[in-house]
Design a binder for this molecule. Structure first.
Ligand SMILES: CC(C)(COP(=O)(O)OP(=O)(O)OC[C@H]1O[C@@H](n2cnc3c(N)ncnc32)[C@H](O)[C@@H]1OP(=O)(O)O)[C@@H](O)C(=O)NCCC(=O)NCCS
Length: 180
């Protein structure tokens, strides 16, 4: 099934929390570098600064988050953290999330896009290779990097439009679930 990728808003924090808490210890370690307990995952979600960073996700029919990318923006560079629930893997969701992150990072004037992962992570090794990212590995950890082009007026306009549409959908999602 083809799932759209949307930009999230602070209203989605409970959905994001439920997504991370649903990850098992192995996936928590691969995503966060350690098998964080539920309360630390919920603190992480509360700490996301939506005015600086971007969070993109795909939902199931009940608006549960099945895949998410947190795009952290710092001083001209962007870093992605990714997780996809096991039942929804190998559907191309990570690739689509990364593509949306790439466009968003370009629109925000970032010069490079990074993903940090453990070298043992076969899925990320294959995925970053498939995207043509340059990977450096050391002491069991790897950094994949993509150099980004300068933003064009068209790319900026498309990103702004997509974010506005998503913000509107975010409010509708919030009210639809509250009314159910
Ligand atoms: C890594 C992860 C995000 C991949 O998500 P996904 O949605 O299943 O990935 P995609 O379907 O977009 O796969 C894209 C490509 O990545 C590679 N890939 C993905 N999963 C793979 C696996 N288990 N084994 C080998 N290659 C894999 C393949 O090349 C795949 O293309 P293909 O299906 O055409 O062969 C997911 O497995 C996950 O959430 N893992 C736990 C958390 C984690 O490791 N996060 C990364 C650290 S930030």
């Amino acid at each position: 099934m083809y799932r759209l990728v949307h930009s999230l808003t602070p209203l989605d924090r409970p959905r994001l929390g439920a997504h991370f808490v649903a990850l098992d210890d192995t996936d928590r370690r691969l995503r966060f570098g350690g098998a964080l307990p539920d309360d630390m995952l919920l603190d992480y979600v509360q700490g996301i600064d939506f005015s600086r960073d971007r969070v993109f996700a795909a939902f199931d029919s009940a608006f549960a988050v099945v895949a998410v990318a947190h795009l952290g923006i710092r001083e001209g560079t962007a870093e992605i953290g990714l997780s996809v629930l096991p039942a929804h893997r190998r559907e191309g969701l990570a690739l689509r999330l990364i593509e949306r992150c790439r466009r968003s990072a370009i629109a925000q004037g970032c010069g490079s896009l990074w993903v940090h992962f453990m070298s043992e992570n076969q899925a990320m090794t294959r995925l970053t290779h498939k995207l043509g990212m340059s990977v450096t590995a050391s002491q069991g950890e790897a950094d994949a990097r993509l150099t980004l082009p300068q933003v064009s007026a068209l790319a900026l306009g498309i990103d702004l439009y997509a974010n506005q549409m998503d913000a509107m959908l975010g409010v509708l999602r919030h009210w639809t679930v509250r009314a159910a």
